[in-house]
Design a protein around this ligand. Structure first.
Ligand code: C2E
Ligand code: MG
Ligand code: MG
Length: 663
């Protein structure tokens, strides 16, 4: 969307640029042509007028000259006929002169021309009586000498004065023509300069536009290439560039008979950080992880981000023997806490490594194998794992299990085992924890750790949890009917805390069974609560309002803050079995158990310990004030049949039913 609007913007700008150039060219041609046409027209007009004027002035001039000649001839002609025709010639020239002058006066004249013509007219008027007199003298045969004398003295000078003015007029017109030609030349030069100027401007703008277009296009091409090849958040190569690099690396390694490694990394607690501290912190963390990875590996290695919190490092010249060194180096780089404002954030990672050519020989399988190894690392909590074919079998097994699980829930292949929970003060059973098993037709009994994560992945955790709740409540109804007024604890998964329907479902199942909600405990692991604090709080509050007991399972393994814990509507903490089982040997674990019990009691919570395997552990927990415990010492998780037997025979149970019956 963004790029298409950018294209439109650029297209518009180029279009505008071309329109400017085009307009300039059109303006240039139009102005040039107009100038030329105007100059041409002006010149034509001037030439036309001046030619006419010069012609008329010349006519006047020659008429005057002819009349002067006639004046000279008249006194010497004896024959009256000759005289007569000479006078007619003289008069005819006078008419020609007057006609030429009149026509001249009707042409458009400039002031100078008008002045000269006015002067000519005045001189003509003044000369007329004398000329007339001389002609008459000549006509009537006056003395030839007198006539000559008068002609020389008056008529000729008068005629000359007029002729001089006519010559001046002619001269003026010649000058004007010259000036007009000069002006036309100047106009032409101006037009030429203007056209050269505008042409150069258009050329420059055209060049600018071309330069701009070339720069824009290459910039956008680079941007598009970057978008296609680099992760916008971290600036690291993305999946497709990584694929290219992997393929190149395979070619090089093939030629040089070398091996290389692919390290795939997934952050362990990224979702928690993102959910609790916000996306900005999450983004910054992802960038920082990228920076640390780049600092850790060599320049020629490629660090890429596949998306989410997954990174891949392509490591040159690496074989399985050298893998642990590089894996530990990467883990150490991420071990240093990340700082944000005044908070320090610990974030672990799981790494999976695969190798060319010993394990895989193409880019896709290298990534797939590294991914399988990464899952193995994640599950084992070992930090990193190298790919092996067994893992592949397991992962393929996982896939087929996933597809079988849906069927298993519907066809009752799941069953519940129950583990008793013993009250420390009374030494008697107070409740049971329902633990799901899968009675797989081919593989036998599968423990929940093998299929609960698959159910979460496959989106089956909702139906699975409903099945467990329903079965556990059914069992509880049967126990209550027989007087065993026990409590029933059911485990929920992290994904259940995203399901806003959960409270309504629990409420309906409780109503259907007729069980008082106070007999139902729902266990949520500490990390499940922390991974989704906002929705989690809403769901837990709704369950609490219903009167259900809420318990934080595996307490001590997550990272819940005390402040947050106080805000949760929980009633119980379950200390993780890892602390309890090692408590007698490990002082640190003992301290954790002791302080967890104190902390829980200070917050008004009950404490259950799990993993009690020895009498020593039981006794210690009693001394520390633990409320109830479960563990192999008192009873393993057992089938319904075994539970019936246990309830009848166990010392922890002996008096419960009768006592309750009596109560
Ligand atoms: P959990 O809720 O912490 O359950 C306690 C686990 O500790 C059980 O493993 C139990 O068999 C084991 N355990 C009990 N006493 C001892 C002991 O003295 N020593 C040792 N070493 N282990 C002891 P199990 O049944 O394999 O369950 C594993 C986990 O699977 C459970 O941990 C729980 O988180 C999950 N799970 C079990 N059933 C369900 C279920 O119905 N729904 C969900 N979402 N999760 C379940
Ligand atoms: Mg539990
Ligand atoms: Mg537990």
């Amino acid at each position: 969307m963004k790029t298409s609007s950018q294209h439109i913007g650029m297209g518009a700008r180029i279009g505008i640029g071309f329109i400017i150039v085009l307009t300039l060219m059109v303006a240039l041609s139009a102005t040039g042509l107009r100038y030329v046409a105007e100059a041409n027209q002006r010149l034509k007009q001037i030439a036309l007028n001046n030619n006419v004027k010069i012609e008329l002035a010349t006519e006047m001039h020659s008429a005057l000259r002819e009349r002067a000649l006639s004046l000279h001839s008249l006194p010497i002609l004896d024959d009256p006929f000759d005289k007569d025709s000479e006078i007619q010639r003289f008069n005819a020239q006078g008419i020609l002169y007057i006609q030429a002058r009149d026509r001249l006066e009707h042409l458009p004249l400039n002031p100078q021309e008008s002045d000269i013509l006015a002067l000519i007219r005045k001189l003509t008027r003044e000369a007329q009586p004398e000329v007339q007199a001389v002609v008459e003298m000549a006509m009537f045969n006056s003395n030839e000498q007198d006539v000559f004398a008068r002609i020389r003295k008056f008529a000729i000078p008068a005629q000359r004065a007029i002729a001089a003015q006519v010559s001046a007029l002619l001269e003026l017109q010649r000058n004007q023509t010259e000036v007009a030609v000069m002006n036309a030349e100047i106009s032409y030069k101006n037009v030429r300069n203007l056209m050269i100027g505008l042409g150069t401007a258009a050329l420059l703008i055209g060049l600018l536009i071309t330069g701009f277009v070339i720069r824009r296009v290459s910039f956008q091409a680079k941007q598009l290439a970057d978008q296609a090849m680099y992760d916008p958040l971290t600036g690291l190569p993305n999946r497709s560039l990584l694929h290219d690099r992997l393929e190149q690396e395979i070619e090089i390694s093939k030629r040089e008979h070398k091996s290389f490694g692919v390290l795939l990394m997934d952050l362990d607690r990224f979702k928690e950080v993102n959910d609790t501290l916000g996306h900005d912190v999450g983004d910054e963390l992802l960038r920082e992880v990228g920076r640390r990875l780049i600092e850790t590996v060599r320049d020629e290695d490629t660090v890429a981000r596949l998306g989410g919190d997954e990174y891949v490092v392509l490591i040159h010249n690496l074989d399985p023997k050298g893998a642990s060194f590089i894996a530990n180096k990467v883990l150490a780089a991420l071990d240093k806490p990340f700082h944000w404002q005044n908070q320090s954030i610990d974030i672990g990672a799981s790494l999976g490594l695969s190798f060319y050519p010993s394990q895989c020989d193409d880019a896709s399988s290298l990534l797939r194998c590294a991914d399988i190894a990464m899952y193995v690392a994640k599950r084992s909590g070992n930090g990193y794992a190298l790919y092996s074919q067994d893992q592949d079998r397991t992962s393929r097994g996982d896939l087929s299990l996933k597809s079988e699980l849906r069927e298993a829930i519907q066809s009752n292949q799941l069953c519940l085992h129950y583990q008793p929970q013993i009250n420390h003060r009374s030494g008697r059973i107070s409740g049971l924890e329902a633990l799901v098993r899968w009675n797989h037709p081919q593989r036998g009994f599968l423990p929940p750790d093998t299929f609960i994560p698959l159910a979460e992945d496959a989106g089956l955790i909702g139906p699975l949890s409903r099945w467990v709740l329903n079965a556990a409540l059914g069992q509880l109804v049967s126990l209550h009917q027989r007087g065993y007024m026990l409590n029933m604890a059911v485990n929920l998964s992290a994904r259940n805390l995203h399901d806003m329907e959960l409270p309504a479902n629990v409420s309906r199942l409780l109503a259907d069974s007729g069980i008082n909600p106070k007999y139902l405990t729902l266990e949520i692991t500490e990390s499940a609560v922390m991974s989704n604090p906002s929705d989690g709080l809403i769901i837990l509050t709704a369950l609490d309002k219903m009167g259900v007991t809420l318990s934080i399972d595996d307490f001590g393994t997550g990272y819940s803050s005390l402040a947050y814990l106080k805000r949760l509507p929980v009633d119980e903490l379950k200390i993780d079995k890892s602390f309890v089982t090692d408590m007698e040997e490990n002082d640190n674990d003992a301290v954790i158990v002791r302080s967890t019990i104190d902390l829980a009691h200070n917050l008004g919570l009950k404490v259950t310990a799990e993993g009690v395997e020895t009498q020593g552990a039981w006794d210690t927990l009693s001394i520390l004030g633990c409320d109830q415990s479960q563990g192999y010492l008192m009873g393993r998780p057992m089938s319904v049949e075994k539970l019936e037997l246990w309830l009848r025979e166990s010392a922890y149970s002996s008096t419960v039913a009768s006592a309750l019956h009596a109560g």
